[in-house]
Ligand binder design. Sequence first.
Ligand code: ADP
Length: 302
Amino acid sequence: GVLVVGSLNTDFTVYVDELPRPGQTLCVTDAVTSFGGKGANQAIQARRLGVPVTFVGAVGADDRGRDYLSRMESEGVALRVTQINGCATGLGFVHCTPDGTVSSTVISGANARLTPADVDAAFAAIPRPGLVLTQNEVPADSVVSVGRRARDMHIPAVLNAAPYVPYGDELHGLFQYLIVNEEEALAYAGCEHAPGDIAGWQRLAVGLRRISPEVIVTLGGAGSVYAGAKGQKVVPAHHVNAVDTTGAGDSFVGTMCAALVRGQNIDSALKYATIAGALTTMGAGAQESMPAGSELFEASST
Ligand code: ADP
């Protein structure tokens, strides 16, 4: 199965015509509450595709945390979650504009309190996973711990380095796969300007191989690029009517991991991840619109 060490948040999403300008107050009649956080989203996506998933994370001692955990259990995700007193469960504030673009502020809360000791305890307690996945919504020293454990146990590991967090050389050699979006790719590459074409993104992905042997840069509606030892690939996105891109990246990453742990090759994993990402943009919310296995295979055959 897949071991996911990561974040969970309650998200409050507002739909607005445009983002508030500095100093402006926008009024909306309602917000949509949903379950989010990259770690939990990716764990749920992988689980929906039928692979066993264990989630390691932290919540506060509040109702939002309890509700979230019972939801993950109902999805069939095995939990090793630390409850932290005097700390809130993670919160996300999301603005969604009519073209489906999302902008958010995340309050880490309990997610920021997940320690390397929690990571070590989790690895010691659960059966050996086939793949390990983490993201940058938990503390950097915990991310490094995940990578070190995986390396020491010779388990392939995936880092979705989102959002951007600077590391020195600590990450080098720890994660077999690095998955980043455009902004994160630019930040890790130390580039100020986005490349003007897909070939430029491919060069950027090749450059990021100093961090991990296999790199995927996701480019939203433009698809993704892959760079590995055996060469490079461009994977175009599917043309869909995107209504809310929240969770597209998480769906992509969770699907990649489910495919890889099932022994699929990188081409096949990228193919399914690209379909899952597209399907997730077609519905509101993140987890709500992530496909189950049957939907994914149905979509892939048409
Ligand atoms: P993130 O949400 O992390 O920024 P992306 O927006 O790059 O991630 O999306 C991840 C993947 O989901 C993309 O590589 C693409 O395959 C798919 N995807 C995202 N947005 C769209 C879209 N508008 N139409 C079709 N596929 C999309």
